[in-house]
Design a protein around this ligand. Sequence first.
Ligand code: FES
Ligand SMILES: [Fe+2]
Length: 377
Amino acid sequence: MEGEDMSSLDLASTRQPIERASHVPGDIYSSPRLFAQEKERIFLKDWLCVARAEEIANPGDYMTLRIMNEPILIVRDLEGAVHAFANLCLHRGVELAFGQGNVKQFTCPYHAWTYDLKGDLRGAPFMRQSTDFEARDCKLKEVKIGLWAGWVFVNLDPTAEPLESYISEFAEDVGFLKMEDCVLGSKLVVDLDCNWKLVVENLMDVYHAQTVHAKSFGKHRGSPDRYPIHLRKYGGTCTTYEAAPMTPDGKTLFRTMPAIADKADNFAISAHLGPNMQVIARADNIHPLIMWPVMPTTSRTIVYNLFPKEFATEPNFKERAQVYHDYLALVLMEDRDMVASLQNAMASSLFVPGRMSFLEKGIHHVLNAYIDRMFSE
Ligand code: FES
Ligand SMILES: [Fe+2]
């Protein structure tokens, strides 16, 4: 696709109502040019969930990430406010911090310019002969930040709509889970040999659970044609269904979460927030996933294994949370070969996109939202 005209992509059959629709051409998942355009049109524009606030719980706690190579620094200042900055020293642009940790100030590892936790430049050695340069006038570039339900979101577009309006429908769908009252039992990071969108689609694909996951959670959930999939703005979806807790035998090691005490013990919900977050919950556990593009044909999925804070103070919490963690890892491993095989198909000269099932309503919706974003003028 590189160097070719994107208008040669045949998207017309994906634009049809789902009863007539086909999947998209493989270039959508493999073209470097489209990957660059996704950064420009999606990842530099949308609100992106990047962390749990509890991961930077204390003054001086920071964490760093690169969003499609854009370096971001998130830090909690001495008053407890959370900031996001471009993780670029004002001198030559070296990243001020790597990984995560706790600091009193940031010292650039290259020539030792120092910054406080609010991003103000506090010291710049050997700059006294540089005229019209005042360290006190310099501040790290701020990135828009928002907090919701215990999550940290950033947006690289200074003109973006407020987080509250961006997530309004999603908040209505999953706000009752009270993720702000949850703690992170564990975090699982999995690198997958496929484009990030194949993981997004895989997570909203209710069609594959009975086959790929037949030996794991597939046998503990209701038939997928029984549950309506609700469509939301920006490619969002939400469906509530019936499924057992995410343990090997489908039995909870805790109990129904206090926030949803009125729900049955086989309650389940799965909601997508564009572009790259899926919140999945069972009665006793919430496991949101975030899918990060790495290269056109590789991605990183982070699974947050959340429990209500009431569970976290009980005996053997860590051990019990680990059972869920291991099971989530096993399920993702079941998907891993499928998404890698899908990715291979996307670059095959033999691949022809096939027709969709009505169970792929969410995928049809997210693909059409993607086409709107990527191919409109
Ligand atoms: S690049 Fe940071 S002090 Fe020179
Ligand atoms: Fe799966």
